[in-house]
Design a protein around this ligand. Structure first.
Ligand SMILES: [Zn+2]
Length: 153
C-alpha cells in the first residue's frame, strides 16, 4: 500500500487516510527540496494543495489534490493511486489517526475507563494506540469510511 506525506493544508485528509489504515506523516515545511528527498528515501507520495510544489517535484512522487471537500479528496487519492476498496476495507482502524502508530486490539475491560457510555454498551471491538493511548471503536468515523468505500465500488 502507498505511504504518504501530507502538506499542512491537508491535515484532515491525513487524519482520514490514517483511519483508513494508511501510513501518513505530516510535512513540517522545511524546503521543497527536503520534502522531495524524504519522499524518495521513504518511498512516500507527497499529497499537496500547492500547485507550485507539485510542479517542482516529479509527478511520480507527488499528487496535487484539486478538491476542497474531504470526501472528494479521499476519492481522488484512492482513484489516482488505484487503491482497491477491498484492500482499504481490510486495513480500516489499524492505525492511530492522531499520531500514525499502529493500533493494538484490546478487550473492553482493559480500556473501559476511556470509553464513553454508548460504545461501551453497544460496541464489541476496541483498539488502543500504544503511543498516545487513544482508544478507537467502530463508530461514526468507521461508518463514514465504509460509505466512502462503498461509493468507490
Ligand atoms: Zn496515537
Amino acid at each position: 500500500m502507498p505511504k504518504f506525506i501530507a502538506d499542512k493544508m491537508l491535515g484532515r485528509l491525513a487524519k482520514w487516510l490514517r483511519f483508513m489504515g494508511f501510513d501518513v506523516i505530516e510535512a513540517k515545511r522545511e524546503g521543497d527540496e527536503d520534502l522531495h528527498v524524504l519522499a524518495l528515501q521513504e518511498e512516500r507520495v507527497i499529497l499537496t494543495r500547492d500547485r507550485i510544489l507539485a510542479q517542482a517535484i516529479a509527478s511520480d512522487c507527488s499528487l496535487l489534490i484539486p478538491h476542497e471537500s474531504l470526501d472528494d479528496q479521499i476519492r481522488f487519492v484512492v482513484h489516482a493511486l488505484e487503491i482497491s476498496a477491498e484492500s482499504v476495507s481490510e486495513q480500516i482502524l489499524t492505525r492511530c489517526s492522531s499520531c500514525n502508530t499502529l493500533l493494538v486490539a484490546r478487550h473492553l475491560s482493559e480500556v473501559e475507563e476511556r470509553v464513553p457510555d454508548y460504545p461501551r454498551r453497544h460496541k464489541s471491538r476496541f483498539w488502543e494506540c500504544s503511543t498516545c493511548h487513544r482508544v478507537f471503536w467502530e463508530g461514526t468515523h468507521y461508518d463514514r469510511i465504509q460509505k466512502v468505500i462503498r461509493g468507490l465500488l
